[in-house]
Design a protein around this ligand. Structure first.
Ligand SMILES: *Cc1c(COP(=O)(O)O)cnc(C)c1O
Length: 427
């Protein structure tokens, strides 16, 4: 099936006149895989249609939020009824407390939560709070860890930012407080904490890394970080913008038995609408204005549409067997991909956590940014385009995760595996 992308090509040309690079977030431009982006006009379940009416099985899912798939009927209907009541008030609504309660009840370490409009804003605000709470300035992050596009965290930031390793326009004085360690390297973190005693406010980590492709924490990594943070007086922040409610109902702390001081959320908790949140221990969260001296505000924060999509999404995720189903499907897909790659003699490293996975085109074990970068990006690009031509829409970068939703089923997995078999053989 040779796809025609005539309408998308025209729309991209138009978009580039008015929008930098024609897109509103860099990775969408297909720069990492070549070619031109598809303009999507519709989605339903696990499928999307582009402006040329080509149909695809979607494994991007808006880069993570759509765990129920596109236009889930219950989410859509809750949005409709919220819409009829008005879209924003700049005053508190009952939906904010409902979603806040659901999140706090799902996450043992979270006593209180504040809603914002994006993951970027959540992380930015959590770091400000950690600095205020500890009276310290420095932050330890991990190479390839992505925490949104705020100034101080755009150092070795993975995914979108790997193309632009250090962004221009960020004063070096902002980065001077950002210390970078290799993922999974506890002794490196320990040496940073020794080098800057009583200066580190927070260690921020994606507890399962998802923005340099999927990379799992080694067994001692997260407990080790917790211990190092505790000993040095730094806060441990889990950036769960992607993992929150994606790998389990709530935080990955239920899977890894490590409770951080603060957690950042986004993506899934907004059910496909713009949202972010940060929360944690009461004594820390009570420092946020207006209860405390740490200023943070937002005109559309806690937006009723985002809250109702989030509430409906979480209610569906409470149904028994939901995460088990995602796990089984993703495991089936991963085993199949591994077999097809092996039979075609294409060396790959498959990395999966729950319903997110990455096929790294490398013969090395991928444990950090360095090893992730051993991947053959040309092979990934070729694999991506082969599958696109077969109606499978993968993330347009080796360093973005492939996501599954509850709308994916065994039929789609089989179609995907058949396409992958063909692609691996032709690489
Ligand atoms: C997506 C993401 C962010 C940024 O969230 P936005 O809503 O895009 O601002 C931050 N951290 C992680 C781990 C993410 O995956």
């Amino acid at each position: 099936m040779a796809q025609q992308f005539v309408a998308s090509r025209k729309l991209f040309e138009e978009a580039r006149k008015y929008i930098p690079g024609g897109v509103n977030s860099p990775v969408r431009a297909f720069g990492a895989v070549g070619g031109e982006p598809l303009f999507i006009k519709q989605g339903k379940g696990c499928r999307i249609w582009d402006e040329d009416d080509n149909e695809f099985i979607d494994y991007v899912l808006s880069f993570g939020p759509l765990i129920l798939g596109h236009a889930h009927p219950e989410v859509t209907s809750s949005l409709r009824s919220a819409l009829d009541k008005g879209t924003s008030f700049g005053a508190p609504t009952r939906w904010e407390s409902t979603l806040a309660r659901m999140i706090c009840e799902a996450i043992p370490s979270m006593d209180m939560v504040r809603f914002v409009n994006s993951g970027t804003e959540a992380v930015m605000s959590a770091i400000r709070l950690a600095r205020a709470f500890t009276h310290r300035d420095k932050v330890v992050k991990f190479a390839g860890g992505y925490h949104g596009s705020s100034d101080g965290l755009l150092a070795h930031a993975g995914s979108g930012a790997t193309a632009l390793p250090d962004s221009q326009g960020v004063p070096s004085s902002y980065i001077q407080h950002t210390l970078v360690a290799p993922y999974n390297d506890l002794s490196y973190v320990e040496s940073l904490l020794k080098a800057y005693p009583e200066e580190v406010a927070a260690i921020i980590v994606e507890p399962v890394a998802a923005n340099m492709g999927i990379i799992l924490p080694q067994p001692k990594f997260l407990p080790g970080l917790k211990e190092l943070a505790r000993r040095s007086g730094a806060l441990l922040i889990f950036d769960e913008v992607v993992t929150g409610f994606r790998l389990a109902y709530g935080s990955v702390q239920t899977l890894y038995h490590v409770s951080p001081d603060l957690i950042c959320l986004g993506k899934v908790i907004g059910g496909g609408l713009p949202v972010g949140a940060y929360g944690g221990r009461r004594e820390i969260m009570e420092m946020v204005a207006p209860s405390g001296p740490v200023y943070q505000a937002g005109t559309l924060s806690g937006n009723p549409l985002a809250m109702s999509a989030g509430i409906t999404t979480l209610k569906i995720l409470q149904e028994p067997g939901v995460y088990q189903k995602l796990e089984e499907m993703a495991s089936h897909l991963t085993r199949g991909l591994s077999k097809e790659a092996r039979e075609a003699d294409v060396p790959v490293f498959l990395s999966r956590a729950g319903s997110m996975l990455t096929v790294f085109f490398t013969d090395q074990e991928v444990t950090d940014y360095e090893t992730a970068r051993s991947s053959d990006l040309k092979l990934y690009a070729s694999y991506f385009h082969h599958l696109l031509n077969e109606g499978i829409y993968l993330p347009p970068s080796q360093f973005e995760a492939q996501f599954l939703s509850l709308a994916h089923g065994e039929d789609e997995i089989e179609i995907t595996l058949r396409a992958a078999r063909k692609a691996f053989r032709e690489l």
